[in-house]
Write a protein that binds this ligand. Sequence first.
Ligand SMILES: [Zn+2]
Length: 249
Amino acid sequence: MDISASQQFNLQNHLTALGDKYLQDFPEKEQIQSSISYEEGRDNSIYDLEDLTWWPSREDLAKKCPTECQNQENIGKIKQILSDFSNADTPIAQELKSILDNTDFVIGIRPREQQPKPNGGAVFKRGIESEKHKAVLMVSEVLFDEKNKDILPGLLAHEMGHFIDFYNRPHGDYAKLKWQDGAETFADTTGVLIAKGAGYDCNGWANFLATESAKGNNPPHTHTGKHRANNIYAVSKAYDKLRSKQIRN
Ligand SMILES: [Zn+2]
């Protein structure tokens, strides 16, 4: 493991700087920031950088997202939501739009046999100089089941939160340390801003995280689902409060 490379980038400082930017109008900014940087002490070890710079090969993609599972109607639903997110009239939507417009990206659906529970994944590679960025977004097929339909917008907004995070990382560090503590809670937080700006919400996603957490199913290498759900509810509430204040003024 290359220790010097891992020391070049401080995830906590990076997330705090981004939070300062996106949450600047929120009176609850400090509180939300501390929810992102909170150390739960579950698993914050340093990972082998090689494990974190994973990029799917054509073979990986074909295995993870088999052709027969790539339902065009479902892919269309994802594209519609992403287009709604990036065309909203908010600064974060404008930033997302400029990222997505300059990114070659692949959307893949993971079959229920491989992913029986709702899940998503995002990998983002910043383009060098005038090169386009590259991204892969994978979501589970079960998200299109009737009982899970409220989860999808929040999960997609969360993945777009990762894109914003990775895009703003120093070149070469985009995919590193992504599982450590606050990165997931940060993606949930920016996800709320992205979703709500476009008239969606992240409650279905938060309820799913909370329900799974209550059953003892917590995502590895990050805050518990309970912590993340509470953060999503708090950010949503703060967003609504700020919005109604802005409308009144
Ligand atoms: Zn994530």
